[in-house]
Design a protein around this ligand. Sequence first.
Ligand code: PNS
Length: 162
Amino acid sequence: MKKAVYPGSFDPVTYGHLDVITRAARIFDELTVSVLNNTQKKPLFSVEERVKILEEATKDIPNVKVDSFSGLLIDYAREHDLHVSVRGLRAITDFEYELQIAQTNRKLSGGSLDTVFLTTSLEYAYLSSSSVKEIASFQGDISQCVPPFVAELIYQKYGHKM
Ligand code: PNS
């Protein structure tokens, strides 16, 4: 069985992430989307909230599981017998950062964890969770960036009504 993990902050999940999830779920038999519990960042949504949002957003894709992790990805991957990490590449600006993470993970895991990159569909190439949050904080329109229920939750966090 071909299994993979798609790690990330997902604060919150965007249509760009969902595009990667949908496509990766067609390639692998089982895809675990795992939310990083990063104590150094101050997220808009708690890990539990992000997991719930992802579960709802992926509920129609049967081979997708949602989980969370703390610490190093290679340790999480080893504990769950996962050997492929999926990451989305939006533009050349993502490449250097992603290449460094991929090579670090491969080296640190002794070759056990490899990374597969999916190029984000062009229509979502401009999207990032950070810009979605910034637009929402000024009550801008994020309907093209995230599913409606996610948009509502983001506006709620900023004290706005939809
Ligand atoms: O959505 P993001 O924030 O771009 O995801 C980054 C992520 C979670 C893939 C990366 O920060 C990560 O795997 N962090 C866990 C810590 C780790 O394993 N670091 C070593 C690789 S540099």
